[in-house]
Design a protein around this ligand. Structure first.
Ligand SMILES: *Cc1c(COP(=O)(O)O)cnc(C)c1O
Length: 373
């Protein structure tokens, strides 16, 4: 039984399990960069990074300079790639902490080269190429000229090309094959020009298990480490364990007569006698208001539908027919309860989003409790 009103638990043993499962999907010489941006998808940057470093991961990918510096302050000395790049004025601290930079702007390259020269170091960069994501990166035709410009900056070490896949999670891989082909032919062209590029990479979680030919030298999984499949309709060939769970204690249970309205807006009226459980989780806990009259929670291992609107920190569930529900019992919003389970994908379906957003929302809005440390 949980001891607080709301309990967001992060199971680091499950994280480690998922890491080893993903390793099984790659050749032994392929390196693995764990994507821990956005506070490790809401799971907590430092506990997650410490666990994965101990498990043997090769690289970390973070969103911001600040996240990279947090890893360094925690004495994590593995290579860290700043996936969004940096601002020119962030070059000095990035180089000082030995953080590697995703690069797509010449002014940033110059700032990094100057900082590296000042500090008597080499700054490691990965040239970001837009092969079809339509987001960060230089266009394919700009790659060779950009590499030529970087070659003149002697304090930069270009590790490789990096690109991101737009639809690798879809069953139809036509577009993804085109992106991968563009990427590998750019690599070949650059190498033919004499650029070494020892560490290039394009594989996210989806490509990790569905497209081994895209592994190149390194893979960059995020979501699958946290226990979800990028495409819920096609389960991966390894068993993944959910890492995050959310539970709460029932605050009150009461029997309502037919015709009683529930919550703001009176959007639900009991058609019959109803046993209602009031739960201390709402949208301030990252639980989407779109779950109003749509979501479910687990109580005593049974599914209880949410009635009325989700409030700021309360939600009501219909426990009619579930025996002996009383105040203080445990309700599960995400995770397992006896034989039943609610996955991030279930919550994402009710909230019209993807599991990624569920993890970020719940993880950043609640105090986290770690197990399996
Ligand atoms: C977030 C991200 C990933 C990880 O994607 P998943 O689908 O979570 O595996 C990989 N590469 C880049 C550049 C990213 O931004």
């Amino acid at each position: 039984m949980i001891t607080t009103m709301v309990d967001l638990a992060v199971d680091l043993a499950a994280l480690e399990h998922n890491y080893h499962q993903l390793r099984r999907l790659c050749d032994p010489q392929v390196k693995m960069l764990a994507v821990v941006k956005a506070d490790a998808y809401g799971h907590g940057l430092l506990p997650v990074a410490r666990k994965l470093a101990a498990a043997g991961v090769d690289y970390f990918g973070v969103g911001s300079l600040e996240e990279g510096l947090m890893l360094r302050r925690a004495k994590i000395s593995l290579p860290v790639l700043l996936l969004l790049g940096i601002l020119p004025e962030e070059a000095e601290p990035a180089v000082a902490s030995g953080l590697e930079v995703s690069l797509f702007r010449l002014d940033v390259a110059q700032a990094l080269a100057a900082a590296a020269q000042n500090q008597g170091k080499k700054a490691r960069v990965h040239l970001k190429v837009d092969t079809g994501m339509g987001r960060l990166g230089v266009l394919p035709q700009e790659v060779l000229p950009f590499l030529a410009a970087l070659k003149k900056m002697r304090h930069l070490k270009v590790m490789g090309l990096i690109s991101h896949l737009a639809v690798a999670d879809q069953a139809d891989k036509t577009y993804t094959y085109k992106q991968v082909q563009e990427f590998t032919s750019l690599l070949a062209a650059a190498r033919a020009e004499g650029f070494k590029l020892p560490l290039s990479h394009i594989s996210n979680s989806a490509a990790l298990w569905e497209l081994p030919e895209a592994h190149v030298g390194l893979v960059r999984p995020g979501l699958m480490l946290y226990g979800s499949a990028p495409s819920p309709d096609r389960p991966p060939p390894v068993e993944l364990k959910p890492v995050m769970s959310l539970a709460a204690r029932v605050l009150q249970v009461k029997r309502l007569p037919p015709g009683t309205s529930i919550s703001y807006g009176c959007t639900y009226t009991t058609p019959d006698w109803c046993d209602l459980a009031v739960l201390p989780v709402g949208y301030c806990n990252g639980y989407s208001r779109l779950c109003s009259n749509r979501g479910e929670v687990l109580i005593h291992g049974r599914r209880a539908p949410i009635r009325g609107r989700v409030c700021m920190n309360l939600t009501m569930a219909d426990v009619t027919g579930i025996p002996k529900v009383k105040a203080g019992d445990q309700a599960v919003f995400l995770g397992r309860d006896q034989g039943e389970v609610l996955r991030a994908e279930d919550l994402a379906g009710w909230a019209q989003t993807i599991s990624y957003e569920i993890y970020c929302a719940l993880g950043t809005a609640n105090i986290k409790r770690y197990t399996g440390v």
